[in-house]
Design a protein around this ligand. Structure first.
Ligand code: CP
Ligand code: NVA
Length: 303
């Protein structure tokens, strides 16, 4: 059974194929050409955490492709507490054609997928956010014509969004450098996985934002306090203080440098208003691309 849980499971060829299909779907959508590749399919969206982009882009994308989306709050269907992940998967798999999960623990996605007879899509876990990374790569491709050979400086937390983007970049020949406070970089498990499945050449990690952006085509940031980490907020605000993406930092990057953010942004923390709303920012183009890349993922899994 094919799932979309981590970009590490996809080959470079599969990843490029998804981007190419997303380009095709985006162009067809812009021209108003109807595509009904999900006709008759029902996709469940089970979310344990809030979401704007992931939920709405999946629901709209499924509708646009002629399928039906069913949104189910995780608590209501009892994901993780009412029955085992395996019992849950074996039941729901008989009602649906695919399942999108947004969860606290990555183990939930893995546990459901293991017993699932239908494709499972990771719509964000504490470990990874592959749907986001795919849209990020499409955005970089649109901004620069191609992704290969570009440099992404991720300034912020070495968390779910950073891990997925690092893998996507590694697969497609994009240099990735992480700038973060000591203790907030990539962990050993990720390091081992990356070396085993992506490349021996692990992304560089620096503890200085200016050093990271010097040769960057893209500066990327994410919130300093992710969903589920709220108790650490005060500590994180202090630790990440010198990793804000602001005009001063952007001025240290090459003039063609663009700024990306997965959103939602905590304006005034990891990114300032002037940068987010300024000419280098492509964050809303990036958010829009979630629709097209996820439609490509759904087709890849269901067609
Ligand atoms: N970037 C992202 O996944 O946004 P949501 O949390 O709004 O889905
Ligand atoms: N790192 C953030 C991403 C939100 C899309 C979080 O997990 O909350």
């Amino acid at each position: 059974m094919k799932h979309f849980i981590s970009l590490i499971d996809l080959t470079s060829h599969e990843l490029s194929g998804l981007l190419a299909e997303a380009v095709r779907l985006k162009a067809a959508h812009a021209r108003g050409v109807p595509i009904r590749s999900l006709s008759g399919k029902v996709v469940g969206l089970i979310f344990e955490k809030p979401s704007l982009r992931t939920r709405v882009s999946f629901e709209s994308g499924i509708a646009q492709l002629g399928g039906t989306a069913l949104y189910l709050p995780g608590n209501e269907v009892g994901l993780g507490w009412r029955e085992t992940h395996a019992d849950f998967a074996r039941t729901i798999g008989q009602y649906l054609d695919a399942l999108v999960l947004r969860v606290y623990s990555h183990k939930t996605v893995e546990g459901v997928a293991q017993a699932s007879s239908i494709p499972v899509i990771n719509g964000l876990s504490d470990w990874s956010h592959p749907c986001q990374a795919l849209a990020d790569l499409l955005t970089i491709q649109e901004l620069f014509g191609s992704v290969e050979g570009r440099t992404v400086a991720f300034v912020g937390d070495g968390n779910n969004v950073a891990r997925s983007l690092a893998v996507g970049c590694g697969r497609l020949g994009v240099r990735f450098v992480l700038a973060c406070p000591i203790g907030y970089g990539f962990d050993d498990t990720f390091r081992d996985n990356y070396r085993k499945h992506v490349s021996e050449d692990f992304p560089a990690e620096v503890n200085n934002a200016v050093a990271a952006v010097k040769n960057a085509d893209v500066i990327y940031t994410d919130v300093w306090t992710s969903m589920g980490q709220e108790a650490e907020r005060e500590e994180r605000l202090k630790r990440f203080e010198s990793f804000q993406v602001n005009a001063e930092l952007l001025a240290k990057a090459p003039p063609q440098c663009k700024v990306l953010h997965c959103l939602p942004a905590h304006r005034g923390e990891e990114i300032t208003d002037d940068v987010m709303d300024g000419p280098a920012s492509a964050v809303f183009q990036q958010a829009g691309n979630r629709l097209h890349t996820q439609k490509a993922v759904l087709e890849w899994l269901l067609k």
